[in-house]
Design a protein around this ligand. Structure first.
Ligand code: OFO
Length: 169
């Protein structure tokens, strides 16, 4: 008896997304290390914490695949992009990554809708909401930096920004 409740295409899409969440974690980890190496301790703290959140997303995806009686395929995680060149660039890259991840989450949601896999469609809504929050957060930070001068932010503004990042729970 086949107890797999996912179609082959959805099983593959969810496994791919699981690796994408691991990739997201690697990106945050890499940028966090960059921030730490450049003396931005508050930003590093925030990014390290977010790297763990992305790992939680990966686990959430993995557990769901198992729960539906499907096959989990753990595979190689692509290397993260180059280090940022500034704090402003760091969050531009974070924002771009999140928008990209949102697109692939929308694709799975669309696929599950087309296949009338309502369990997966429902499961994906959590990720959609999470992406809204992450994109909004990154947009707000970029707005703050723009007000403070963007790439031309003064040392004072950078110090304050980094200190505030360190206060985020
Ligand atoms: Fe997994 O939420 Fe961001 O990428």
């Amino acid at each position: 008896m086949n107890s797999n409740r996912l179609s082959k295409t959805i099983e593959t899409a969810l496994n791919t997304q699981m690796t994408k969440e691991a990739y997201a974690s690697q990106i945050y980890l890499s940028y966090a290390a960059w921030a730490s190496m450049n003396g931005y301790a508050g930003t590093a703290k925030f990014l390290f914490k977010h790297a763990r959140e992305e790992q939680n997303h990966m686990m959430k995806m993995l557990k769901y695949i198992l729960q539906r009686g499907a096959k989990v395929v753990v595979t190689v995680i692509p290397a993260p992009p180059e280090h940022p060149i500034s704090i402003n660039n760091c969050f531009e890259k974070v924002f771009e990554h999140e928008v990209d991840n949102t697109k692939s989450i929308y694709q799975i949601s669309k696929l599950s809708h087309e296949q009338e896999d309502w369990a997966t469609w429902n499961f994906m809504q959590w990720f959609i909401q999470e992406q809204v929050e992450e994109e909004t957060f990154a947009m707000d930070l970029l707005d703050k930096m723009k007000i403070a001068g963007g790439e031309q932010m003064s040392r004072n503004a950078l110090y304050t920004f980094d200190r505030d990042m360190g206060k985020i729970d």
